[in-house]
Design a protein around this ligand. Structure first.
Ligand SMILES: NC(=O)c1ccc[n+]([C@@H]2O[C@H](COP(=O)([O-])OP(=O)(O)OC[C@H]3O[C@@H](n4cnc5c(N)ncnc54)[C@H](O)[C@@H]3O)[C@@H](O)[C@H]2O)c1
Length: 221
């Protein structure tokens, strides 16, 4: 699979839980340079030592096979300088009443904004895999912007795209490497496509949803 990859990205995956770890391992397997970031220092130490906290067929082998392009960290700070693409894969626990607690997503988005502040260079693509309600992409985008403003960076060059996760626990590696669908939604087609290229094979079908034509929103599936 790696032989067919024409572009290799520096990818940061924030959240080394179920989704983040599987995503990071699969992206490293196909040839990208991946940094997995998690605030859980114990989890990061275990991963650095080669121990995986979840059982998922094939995951241990994938991680062991790409140690040269996979690293683990508790620090998100250099992401904007070093990454082409940052995936957000942190947990969104359910609150009483059923709504999702987006505070972890918000903390990551603001941190990305702060690290983007004053950083010239190629635009950063921020891919949200965490479960968020409709318009969650706009919310993440607003928080990245706020983070950059807080840090005095003014206009930060980034794009947030949504890439919901469909993996099934128990066949997560297979589902990630051979997905029956990849859905990427963003507001500027070119970088949504770039996200699609980094996530793997894509059927190339694109469509313009008609629910808000004024926003020039674009999805690839
Ligand atoms: N597990 C699944 O099968 C599945 C499937 C589809 C979608 N999702 C969604 O994907 C998201 C992640 O789910 P998961 O199962 O991987 O969660 P998880 O609890 O296994 O992992 C989340 C990780 O994020 C880390 N984290 C939290 N805040 C952080 C921060 N500010 N900076 C860095 N790391 C931070 C946690 O320490 C944890 O290791 C959720 O929104 C979930 O709803 C999960």
């Amino acid at each position: 699979m790696g032989d067919r990859l024409t572009e290799k990205f520096s990818v940061w995956v924030v959240g080394a839980g179920y989704v983040g770890l599987v995503t990071g391992a699969c992206l490293a397997h196909v040839g990208h340079r991946v940094t997995l970031v998690d605030t859980n220092a114990g989890r990061v130490a275990e991963l650095k030592a080669g121990r995986v906290h979840i059982y998922e067929p094939g995951l241990g082998e994938l991680l062991a096979g790409c140690t040269d392009r996979l690293r683990f960290s508790t620090e998100i700070v250099p992401a904007a300088r070093e990454a082409d693409v940052v995936f957000i894969a942190v947990d969104t626990p359910q609150r009483e009443g059923g709504s999702a607690d987006l505070s972890n997503v918000g903390a990551v988005a603001r941190a990305i904004g702060r690290t983007l502040a004053g950083e010239p260079g190629a635009p950063l693509v921020v891919v949200n895999k965490s479960t968020v309600p409709v318009r969650g992409g706009d919310y993440v985008s607003m928080l990245v912007h706020e983070g950059a403003e807080e840090a005095g960076g003014g206009e930060a060059d980034y794009l947030v795209v949504s890439n919901p996760e469909f993996l099934r626990e128990g066949s997560a590696v297979y589902d990630s490497l051979f997905p029956d669908r990849i859905v990427v939604g963003g507001s500027r087609a070119q970088r949504s496509t770039r996200c699609g290229r980094s996530t793997g094979p894509s059927s190339g079908r694109a469509f313009r949803p008609n629910w808000n034509p004024g926003k020039k929103r674009r999805c690839r599936s």
